[in-house]
Structure formats: structure tokens, C-alpha cells
Design a protein around this ligand. Structure first.
Ligand code: SF4
Length: 463
């Protein structure tokens, strides 16, 4: 069966053939390749190299706030379930010290164009605590007038003044975890949040002048049916967020303890997941949302779509972004940074985090230094992830290679994608076709030289 929509044609046969287990490429190399030979001082050296502010890119800052009041059974995040709000004060004090350690290396008042608070549940923090956090961030970094300040919001934590308070602190983008509106599904994953709660939060976000509102959905959750998820989509379309992320639930109970609380026999079959996915694509496209890539949709006038059309879309650890070429500074437990040609990830537990900072050390657990070949492959993979053309001449000039010689085996491996109409290859560029946009992860994997090597990670499929 084929489902058509304004600019995409999705066939079940293509999904079955090209939807492979693979990384989501929020980085290349992917985080499962990071290793512990990369230590805090390695990260420090990369920060030092950025101390000369005349030649350096602006910053994007991510802060991981790990606390949550209750456990969602599908969760794969690094979080701490607690009702003890006293823990926030201590965590904030350490965040302040971590910012000081970073700024001692890269310099104070570095220009920042983007901030994202993720978790965990950032809104576990109350107004005064979030105010303190923003004051610290502004003390250490110089946010530009037009900086994007984003925050993940759990609708269950929204009080009447939460959205206006966040707006008052400068936040102009938010993202709500919706997942599914069906009461049976919500019960099965231990996350009860009625439709009215989300609807109200979106209305208040608009009133508080948030410029972009995102909602996350997850399909493949226990008790979902085609009809029930169709109702969830219809309701969300009526609520009308600017962006929708439609994630595929990966059930990995051996890796994520919380998922052991999900009854496996309640999970939809692979065939049903495929039907849910195809129905969701069609319904979102029919409702006027455009497909940005991987799991992301937006309204046509959203800046993500504008960036997609004028080829300034980029991908980083937060997904798709319009802010190119920033250094990413991750703060807090398990946060990932990207500085120069390096990636690094923070220690996972709060106790290890506090110990490192008490010892005056950057709280890094592992990382990766990219070779020139890694940087080149990253460039190609991220271009494909954004469905933009990979132009050989431009790559040749940028990296001093001859594309068709350097990537001769990869071009050969792309042939089945060309034959299936997912890309075009004309000796000058790789171009993703409209129907190939759904499979960019698979075409990107052709350029991933680490895929054959052992990994600690369990990859997921798109569907
Ligand atoms: S899904 Fe979000 S709110 Fe739920 S436990 Fe995980 S981090 Fe916390």
C-alpha cells in the first residue's frame, strides 16, 4: 500500500526494506563510541583552544536537570526519581561551580545564542530556583538579544503562573512531553496527564509569548491501537503546537530498568507499529505539518522549515536546529559537549559529579577526539540527515579530497538507494528525493565507518 501526501510518498515495501537498526546521528561518531581515555583534562585542552575569542564560534548551552517526581515506565533518560525538593539547592550550587570551571578555561562572558534546559524535569525546579539558575547562566555567559532559550516542560508540573514565570526569565521556546492522550496507555506507562492539562499549558504558552511550542509523542507504547493513537493525533493537531516530534518507543528492558515495569504482551506488534506510523505521517501531513526529518514535523512557517528550505538546517544533540556551528557546552550530570573537534560526556551520577567538582575537576567521564576523516564523514552524514544535497565539489574544496575516489565503496553501497528512488547520484552530488527523506538515517549509515565495530549500544529502527 502507498500513502501519499503533499511532498512525500511512503510505501510499506520501502519501509520494510530500508528501515534499518541504526543510530539517530545527533553526533558523529555516535555517543556509544566515546571512550574513557578522553578525560577531564582532554576536554580542558579543547576549552583552552577556544580562549582566543576573536576566532571562535558562539555557544549553545545545554543544562541537564535530572530530578523527576515520578517514574514514566518508558523512560530511557538519566533521571533521579525523588519527592525531595531540597536536593535542588545543592545541585544548583554545583552547577554554578561547573560554569566557573568551564569559564576559567574558555573565558568569561562568551557569547551564547542558544540555551536548552532538559532532564529529568526542569519544571521540578520552582520559580525561585529557575530564577537562580538563569541568574547564574547570565553571570557566566553573555546571551545575545535574540538567543533561543528553550525548556522542556512536564505538563503535570505546570502551575497557573509557570509559563508566564518562564517567559519572564527569558524563555521563548518550550517543549511538552505528551506521549499519548489515551487514559489506558497513560495508565500502562504511569504518566497520567489529561488532554485538558496539555491544552491549557499550550494556551498559556501562547499568552506568555512563547515563539515556538513543541509537543513530543511516542508510538509503540503499551495498549496503543490504530484508533486510539489516531484520536491522540487529532487532539494534538487541534491543540496546534508549532512542532511535533513523533518518537518510536524502543523497548529495551535489559538496558533500562524502568521499562521492566511495562507488560510486554501489551505492546503493539511490529505490523501494528508500522500501521500506526504510516497513519500518523499521513494525518500530520494532511493537517498541514511538514516533515523536517527523522521524527520531526513543524508548521510550514516555523523557522525549522524555513531553515530546511534555505539549507541552513543543522542537527545536534537536541535534534534539528537553526543555529549552526556553535560550540555546545553541556552542564550537569551526563550532559554532552561538543567543542572544536571533540565530544565529551559528563559523569552520570550526582555523587560522582559533586566529587569531581569538589576536586576542582571538570566532571567528564568520556569523550572522543575527531580525526579529519571523522569530521569529513560527520559533514556528509549531517548534510544527509537534513536532506540537503552533498555536493562533491564543495566537499573536495573543503577537505582537499577527490570525493568519487575517496568514497568509491560508499557510492557503490548507495546504488540500491538510488535504484529504489531514495537518492539521486549524478557524479556531482548525492541528492535525497522526497520519498528518500524518511530513510536518511539508512543512507547516512553508509558513511559511518564505525558501524561494523562492536558497540555497547542497542540501536533502534525508525519504525
Ligand atoms: S520521561 Fe521525563 S518525566 Fe518521565 S521519568 Fe523520564 S525524564 Fe522523568
Amino acid at each position: 500500500m502507498t500513502h501519499t501526501a503533499p511532498d512525500m510518498e511512503i510505501s510499506e515495501e520501502l519501509v520494510r526494506r530500508f528501515d534499518k537498526l541504526g543510530p539517530r546521528y545527533t553526533s558523529y561518531p555516535t555517543a556509544d563510541r566515546f571512550h574513557t581515555a578522553f578525560v577531564d583534562e582532554t576536554y580542558g585542552t579543547y576549552l583552552d583552544q577556544r580562549a582566543d575569542r576573536s576566532a571562535n564560534p558562539p555557544l549553545s548551552i545545554y543544562v541537564h536537570l535530572p530530578f523527576c517526581e515520578s517514574l514514566c515506565y518508558f523512560c530511557a533518560c538519566n533521571k533521579i526519581i525523588t519527592k525531595d525538593h531540597e536536593r535542588v539547592g545543592e545541585y544548583l550550587r554545583y552547577l554554578d561551580q561547573e560554569m566557573a570551571l568551564v569559564c576559567a578555561r574558555i573565558g568569561k562572558d562568551r557569547k551564547a545564542v542558544q540555551l536548552h534546559l532538559g532532564g529529568g524535569t526542569p519544571t521540578f525546579f520552582n520559580a525561585e530556583e529557575l530564577g537562580r539558575l538563569m541568574a547564574m547562566l547570565r553571570k557566566h555567559f553573555a546571551f545575545t538579544e535574540d538567543a533561543e532559550l528553550g525548556v522542556e516542560i512536564d505538563p503535570r508540573t505546570v502551575q497557573p503562573d509557570t509559563l508566564s514565570m518562564l517567559s519572564g526569565l527569558g524563555f521563548n521556546r518550550n517543549s511538552f512531553g505528551v506521549q499519548d492522550f489515551d487514559p489506558e496507555v497513560q495508565k500502562a506507562v504511569n504518566r497520567i496527564q489529561p488532554l485538558e492539562m496539555v491544552e491549557q499549558a499550550v494556551i498559556e504558552s501562547r499568552r506568555a509569548n512563547f515563539q515556538s511550542i513543541n509537543a513530543d509523542l511516542i508510538y509503540g507504547l503499551p495498549k496503543q491501537t490504530l484508533e486510539s493513537f489516531g484520536r491522540t493525533l487529532d487532539n494534538l493537531i487541534r491543540v496546534s503546537p508549532d512542532r511535533i516530534a513523533l518518537y518510536n518507543y524502543a523497548h529495551l528492558p535489559s538496558r533500562f530498568k524502568a521499562q521492566r515495569l511495562i507488560v510486554s504482551s501489551d505492546l503493539p506488534s511490529a505490523e501494528l507499529r508500522l500501521q500506526i506510523f504510516l497513519m500518523s505521517m499521513r494525518r500530520l501531513l494532511d493537517a498541514g505539518y511538514v516533515y523536517i526529518g527523522l521524527d520531526h514535523f513543524s508548521k510550514p512557517d516555523d523557522e525549522l522549515n524555513k531553515a530546511r528550505l534555505d539549507r541552513t538546517l543543522h542537527r545536534n544533540f537536541q535534534g534539528y536546529t537553526t543555529r549552526a556551528e556553535c560550540d555546545l557546552i553541556g552542564l550537569g550530570v551526563s550532559a554532552i559537549s561538543k567543542v572544536g573537534n571533540s565530544y565529551s560526556q559528563g559523569v552520570r551520577t550526582v555523587s560522582a559529579y559533586y566529587q569531581h567538582i569538589d576536586a576542582g575537576r571538570l566532571p567528564i567521564e568520556k569523550g572522543f577526539e575527531l580525526s579529519q576523516d571523522d569530521v569529513l564523514r560527520r559533514d556528509i552524514i549531517m548534510t544527509l540527515m537534513c536532506s540537503a544535497p552533498v555536493e562533491f565539489d564543495a566537499i573536495n574544496r573543503r577537505y582537499g579530497i577527490h570525493f568519487t575516489d575517496y568514497f568509491s565503496p560508499e557510492l557503490e553501497r548507495l546504488k540500491p538507494y538510488e535504484e529504489a528512488g531514495l537518492i539521486t547520484l549524478d557524479g556531482e552530488a548525492i541528492r535525497v528525493t522526497p520519498k528518500g527523506r524518511l530513510f536518511v538515517r539508512a543512507s547516512g549509515m553508509v558513511f559511518d565507518k564505525y558501524l561494523g565495530q562492536p558497540t555497547t549500544s542497542t540501536y533502534s529502527k525508525l519504525i
